[in-house]
Design a protein around this ligand. Structure first.
Ligand SMILES: [Zn+2]
Length: 111
């Protein structure tokens, strides 16, 4: 599963959920079925978010400045049951891995 932290050790829950959303990848997919193109999209989504976190020196916001100004700090993270900011579908949460860490995702936008 994508939550396997061996390839990308230390990727936090916020960046995991938000990066997979921005890359349109369903967190329930097996990691070995993720294409090279999808991995590139995930990389290109997560790295800027992590840099923003460094620059903000504190709680990370992952949405665009306009969405942040409207009160939306994250696209999916900790938004279970709230409407997806893209399609309106309720955000879902699941627990994955031996540690049962939480992952938030849109079941329509992420495939
Ligand atoms: Zn959606």
């Amino acid at each position: 599963m994508v939550l396997d932290q061996r390839p990308v050790a230390g990727l936090g829950n916020i960046f995991k959920s938000e990066g997979l959303f921005l890359a349109d990848i369903d967190p329930r997919r097996a990691a070995q079925n993720i294409t090279a193109e999808e991995l590139d999209r995930l990389w290109e989504a997560v790295i800027p978010l992590m840099w923003r976190g460094v620059e903000q020196h504190g709680p990370t916001t992952t949405t665009t400045p306009a969405l942040t100004a409207a009160g939306h700090r994250h696209y999916v993270y900790r938004r279970r049951g709230q409407p997806c900011l893209r399609c309106g579908t309720p955000i879902q949460m699941l627990r994955q891995g031996a540690l049962q860490r939480t992952t938030y995702f849109c079941p329509v936008c992420q495939r």
